[in-house]
Design a protein around this ligand. Sequence first.
Ligand SMILES: *Cc1c(COP(=O)(O)O)cnc(C)c1O
Length: 231
Amino acid sequence: MSIASQYSHIREEIDAVCRTQGRDPSEVVLLPVSKTVGIAEITEAYDAGARAFGENRPDALCEKALQHPEYGWHFIGNVQSRRIRDIVAHADLIHSLYELKHVLKVNEVAKELGKVQHILLEVNVSGEESKSGLAPCDVACLLQETQECNSICIDGLMTMAPRSNRGEVQRTFSGLRKLRDDLVAQGFTQAPNCTLNELSMGMSEDWRAAIAHGATIVRIGRAIFDTSFVQ
Ligand SMILES: *Cc1c(COP(=O)(O)O)cnc(C)c1O
């Protein structure tokens, strides 16, 4: 299948899964992760209806966003202090922040650039050592310490499921959803910079389970851009 037809196919499947779950399909953003491809492939997905793309390296984010600033760009990769200015300059949403010092720096740089930077906090729900992210019990503390940061908006949470068994995957997604609901119940969304509306979870192989647990953004790379991917 072509990139355009893979994109359309997944979008239709997402819509169908949403309807069986009683969810409104417009609640779920399909974010094609374009880190392995160039602008030609990205434009194929754009022409098929995609409106924002996920990149995990600052250089590629800058290069691609400069070529097509009218496309939306999300940063989903490892954040380093010295690259925060480039990321904030080009990203509509940063999915992968989990260190307080980085969140504070994003706020500072966004203020200088005259923007409000939308961010998600990455959470290591499964507790695997190889995964980055905040421990679930540390998220409340970070929210407390950033309540006065008025050049960021904390839109929600992001996680990566382990590649292991289905049970672990389900536990990870339901864990992120429950964490968000608990933080809302604790009043954190009363801060003007914190909505917690978004749950960024689910990739090529596990997005169905993520939607069942309330994902609002699914980040899909291979199932769109690898034209030999077996759906
Ligand atoms: C690469 C990547 C994805 C997409 O993974 P696929 O398995 O290709 O769908 C999603 N999220 C992050 C953070 C990634 O780095």
